[in-house]
Design a protein around this ligand. Structure first.
Ligand code: ATP
Ligand code: MG
Length: 757
């Protein structure tokens, strides 16, 4: 026993100390948010090292994110100083498995310098395999197969392990075969994907008993944070490693299980006591993070879930502001309001680093980014790209830029083959060549090439129809709103169809982002105005050391805490998400509620929830209903506020269609139905009956790059052409020449590709 309390135990409460000091045997720390689970786990790590129960290298500690691993490493360093040599195996499942796999790569047919491929490479590889095997990639998209393979790997299944049902899930019974071929191809490339990191190591453990034994011996202690979000393969891997010594300590909260869509199984935490009989279960109930009203609001909310273990949380803290629930008119007002609140906090001396805006879905960040840029507020987006930097947004913007400014070569290059049109690098090179010689933009060069024999007929046809598209859209831009233009472009280019065909969760997110882009554009009169706004936004990378507020998804915020938390978009269809409502199951709704619980419990001092009564979707105002989660918050711990007039107090208890007199009507006729005070009518008038908008500066159209014929070539001349060789000019029309080639016959070519012979 320790005679005097060492510093790493100082300040811990009795159950936390127990979790630290019960070093031998299995321990399950099961407790609610902010009760000091991670703090206790960190102290346990320090204790194991300082009490010399193990060398750092004999401890395995798993965190959910790399960021959490860095923080824990830092904190342990603070607790034990630099006195101890070496570091524990501390990291995410993936980083730890990558390290193990380097040592034993040959056992799964890889070399130790194997590469880890990213999603893009993975998709390219799968596409090749799909086509090689005579399957129609349109019908059986690579993304679908990638999703399935991921799922199988998350469950620890090799190709041979698939049953008939799984096999049927792709291309009428080709799942197993394609999965097998994919694994073979990876091996041939000395590569593996993300899911392989765990599966390969698990396979090694299953097959090579002496290697498994090495690790079982080596790791005297195993520690795991966020255990409620482990999936099957992680679970199996842990169980094998810890089986021998059984000194495993896992911490988690069943109420914070929010990754079932990635294969996490909350059941893992519930069966821990079965897997490790005699496990000591430690419950922490004192919350150190949040004020009483925040805690009460979160506890009240999660109580509505039926599938939970249930636990009590209390705090010694007193006072604290109630959770604020603010009803605003629409999305832009929501962003404006949050901006004002943050400026107020700033005046009161709050640190910007302690402020977070946590959203349900990535697309929601856009409105805040736009607003913060306007008011010059530094922000960072964590766990995702800034809105305008996402691939699909950049693609859409590239189209719009070429429409507004035909000379924008960079934009043109980005999308000339996006979505895929079968135009390769050769075609691009040809366009560049021509553009250089004629000193014209790429788009104009493409237009000319489409009307000549310089390119194969198919490429010509493809370019021709694309360029006709641009001419048409450029005309359209004069008469329709920018957002309407965008929708037309996405439709006519097949971009929408491409995303729809992918049928993955990720492509659904990308479609949402594009819909959000269209919404953003609705605030601009002309395409020119909008593009100017975007270039300002893109340029606004705030200075490096300036304090910034954080914008991130709730998923990414797990385990973190902030003094002030803003939670926008608490409306039915946003949060809970439309997808969870459409799926309809209790399980998906309960997962959304756990997500709401995670969101509120990130707050230390103040929590502000917002909901808007109107969102503009595809040019139409739809009225939205406050999230059912708001109605589930205990009334005495919240403070409601609304900036609307009339009918606005229906935010509470009225979320269901039966209770809400407006909701059902509004659903049937989203664009103009109920009157909710004067503002509503105004919004309908300006938002929906938009008069035709004009493009401020349409830019030069491609046609305005008038063809200048060469004067040094005339009918009857003998010429040389890069591709077709020697021939005689028989006709001339503008910059097009009709040439009778000696080998290739009669062709129409562009004069810049020809030299007098
Ligand atoms: P989550 O479920 O969100 O991951 P958690 O249970 O891991 O939360 P921690 O992040 O470890 O909780 O702790 C929450 C806050 O409480 C931190 O700021 C931590 O420093 C503080 N804390 C933890 N234990 C104590 C304690 N015994 N005394 C004072 N503060 C504590
Ligand atoms: Mg934690």
């Amino acid at each position: 026993a320790l005679s005097e309390a060492p510093e790493w135990l100082a300040g811990l409460n009795p159950p936390q100390k127990e979790a630290v000091l019960t070093t031998e045997g299995p321990v399950l720390m099961l407790a609610g948010a902010g009760t000091g689970k991670t703090a206790a786990l960190t102290a346990r790590l320090a204790h194991l090292i300082r009490s010399r129960r193990a060398w750092p290298s004999e401890i395995l500690c798993v965190t959910f994110t790399n960021k959490a691993a860095r923080e824990m490493r830092h904190r342990v360093g603070q607790l034990i100083g630099d006195a101890v040599e070496g570091m524990p195996w501390l990291g995410t499942f993936h980083s730890i498995c990558a390290k193990m796999l380097r040592r034993h790569a040959e056992l799964v047919g890889l070399e130790s310098n194997y590469t880890i491929i990213d999603t893009d490479d993975q998709l390219r590889l799968l596409k090749q395999l799909i086509t090689e095997n005579g399957l129609d990639e349109k019908r059986w998209p690579a993304r679908q197969l990638a999703g399935l393979i991921d799922r199988w790997k998350n469950r620890g299944l090799n190709p041979d392990d698939l049953d008939a049902v799984e096999n049927e899930a792709y291309a009428n019974g080709k799942g197993q075969q394609m999965y097998g071929l994919y694994q073979q191809r990876l091996k041939a490339l000395n590569a593996c994907d993300f899911g392989d990191l765990l599966l390969h190591v698990l396979n090694i453990f299953r097959r090579e008993h002496d290697i498994l034994r090495q690790y079982q011996q080596r790791f005297k202690y195993v520690l795991v944070d966020e255990y409620q979000d482990t999936n099957a393969v992680q679970y199996l891997w842990l169980r094998l490693i810890a089986q021998e010594r059984k000194n495993i300590c896992v911490v988690g909260d069943d109420d914070q299980s929010i990754y079932s869509w990635r294969g996490a199984e909350v059941a893992n935490i519930l069966r821990f006591e079965k897997d490790f009989p005699g496990a000591k279960v430690i419950r922490l109930e004192q919350n150190y993070r949040s004020t009483p009203p925040i805690l009460a609001a979160a506890s009240g909310l999660i109580a509505a879930n039926s599938e939970r273990l249930g636990k009590t949380l209390w705090t010694e803290q007193g006072g604290g502001d109630r959770v604020r629930v603010i009803g605003v008119w629409d999305g832009p007002e929501e962003a404006r309001r949050v901006g004002e609140e943050i400026e107020r906090l700033e005046r009161e001396g709050a640190s910007m680093e302690g402020i977070a805006i946590l959203v349900r879905a990535q697309y929601q960040t856009r409105e805040f980014e736009d607003r913060f840029i306007q008011i010059g507020l530094g922000y960072r987006i964590i766990g995702g790209f800034r809105f305008y930097e996402r691939a699909e947004i950049r693609d859409a913007l590239a189209y719009l830029r070429v429409i507004a400014q035909p000379a924008d070569d960079l934009a043109f290059e980005r999308i000339y083959n996006q979505p895929k049109r079968g135009l390769g690098a050769k075609t691009l090179e040809k366009m560049h060549q021509h553009a250089r010689r004629r000193e014209m933009p790429l788009a104009a060069a493409a237009l000319e090439l489409a009307d000549s024999d310089e390119l194969p007929a198919r490429a010509r046809g493809t370019i021709g129809s694309m360029m006709r598209g641009f001419l048409r859209w450029r005309e359209m831009a004069e008469t329709v709103t920018p957002s309407e233009l965008l929708r037309t472009v996405l439709e006519e280019t097949g971009y929408n169809a491409m995303l729809q065909a992918e049928r993955s969760a990720e492509s659904a997110g990308r479609q949402e982002n594009l819909a959000e882009l269209a919404r953003a554009m609705e605030e601009y009169e002309t395409l020119g105005d909008f593009l100017e706004h975007v270039s300002l936004v893109m340029d606004n990378e705030a200075a490096g050391n300036e304090e910034k507020v954080t914008i991130m998804t709730i998923h990414a915020a797990k385990g973190l805490e902030f003094d002030n938390v803003f939670l926008p978009g608490w409306e039915e269809g946003v949060f809970p998400s439309q997808r969870s409502l459409d799926e309809g199951g209790l399980a998906s709704l309960e997962e959304e509620r756990r997500l709401a619980y995670v969101a509120i419990t990130r707050a230390r001092r103040r929590c502000t929830i917002l909901h808007a009564s109107n969102r503009r979707i595809y040019g139409q105002w739809t009225s939205s209903i406050p999230s059912r989660f708001i109605a589930e918050l205990p009334e005495e711990h919240i403070e409601q506020e609304t900036t609307m007039t009339g009918g606005a107090s229906l935010w509470r208890a009225n979320w269901s269609e039966h209770d809400d007199p407006f909701a059902s009507v509004a659903r049937q006729q989203p664009s103009r139905t109920v009157t909710r005070g004067p503002g509503w009518q105004r919004a309908v008038a300006t938002g929906y009956d938009a008069t035709p908008k004009r493009l401020a500066e349409p830019g030069r159209s491609a046609a305005s790059f008038a063809a200048k014929p060469r004067t040094d070539i005339a009918i009857g001349d003998r010429v040389f052409h890069d591709k077709f060789g020697y021939g005689e000019v028989v006709g001339q029309e503008g910059n097009k020449l009709e040439i009778e080639f000696e080998q290739a016959g009669r062709k129409r070519v562009i004069d810049s590709f020809v030299t007098p012979a």
